[in-house]
Design a protein around this ligand. Sequence first.
Ligand code: CU
Length: 399
Amino acid sequence: MLTDVILVNGQFPGPPIIANFGDMIEVTVVNSLDDEGTAIHWHGMSQWGNPWNDGVPSITQCPIAPGSSYTYTFQADSYGTTWYHSHYSAQTSSGVFGPIIILGPIHPDPAAKYDLDIGPVMLSDWYHSTYEELIGILTTPGADPRPPAANNNLINGKMNYPCAVNPHLTCTEAAGVSKFSFTSGKKHLLRLINTGTSGIQKFSIDGHRMTVIAVDFVQVNPYDTDVVTLGVGQRADIVVAGDVADTEITYWMRSSLSTACSFVDGISPDAVAMIVYNSKENLIPDTTSIVTTDALDSCINDEIQLTNPIVPNESIIDDHAWKQEFHLDTIVDNLGITRWTVNGNTFKANYNEPVFQDLSTNSPVSWSNSLNLYSVPSGSTTMLFVFYNYLPVSHPMHM
Ligand SMILES: [Cu+2]
């Protein structure tokens, strides 16, 4: 399907950023788009003491204007797997994203040991509409409050599409899938990232068990699973042993957008890629999934008891903790447009007047409700956020 996309350095997905724990990372973003701004967000980077490099237009910066550039500088102060993406409108849905790998301390548990780093495995729901068209659909009066239905699902930017379903599409039959080379007897590290727009990914590999060793930027006590669930922005580092009995065949890697958890048109919600041993990359897999329908239809992450950080979180919830509840819901505005709300307020971005610019001149009391600002009293040592989700979709949150 021929769709207008936005590329990073001529690539989709964008090129990887690879650094060591503690490195300073400097990225100059040149906006070569004709008629729209941009800004790039480094997902999961804490940006302590450095918030103006977070890449969120209307909050931390003005958009980077067409024809101009901005240099981001930040420290790799966590390690593991993450991604960058445009935070300007829904540009990320048109392809502006890529992986970030921060190499750091080896996981201390023997069960987390691996021999080969296979690199990022980006899982993305995919739309045959530009991001502007998607926003147009969402902001049509009377429209479905749910995200638009995804048309396809990609692993590292690739997946076939049954072109015949719509003869009006400009479409390449058998466009191809991603291939990952495994070595028999070795353990492989896969860095799973949900780089999508809305869909919840259910990841599995036929004939292989997976050991989860890190979730987002946190190393966890290793645990085995048949399926990994990732909401948008979430990551999991998994170790997969190449201990199959038959290395003369190839195996399907799968990532599915189940209709119970995600909005899809049903034509191509199940992405596949190939696991190849012994250079058999031209052999199409004939393997079947062992993942149950129940597992595919469960829309929540693995139980919190399973995902134990190897370094326990020792935050103290006491009288000094700052506690705030956030209720996520929808309202229909006076134009009939459904908008998402936090504690009853929609958020209204003002790209011309970022909050950080106002911080130097205004006091918070003078700011509009539609900025959804919360003042945290100084001296709070622990912040406790409680989220209630009344949205028509499962939804991850991140700070
Ligand atoms: Cu982020």
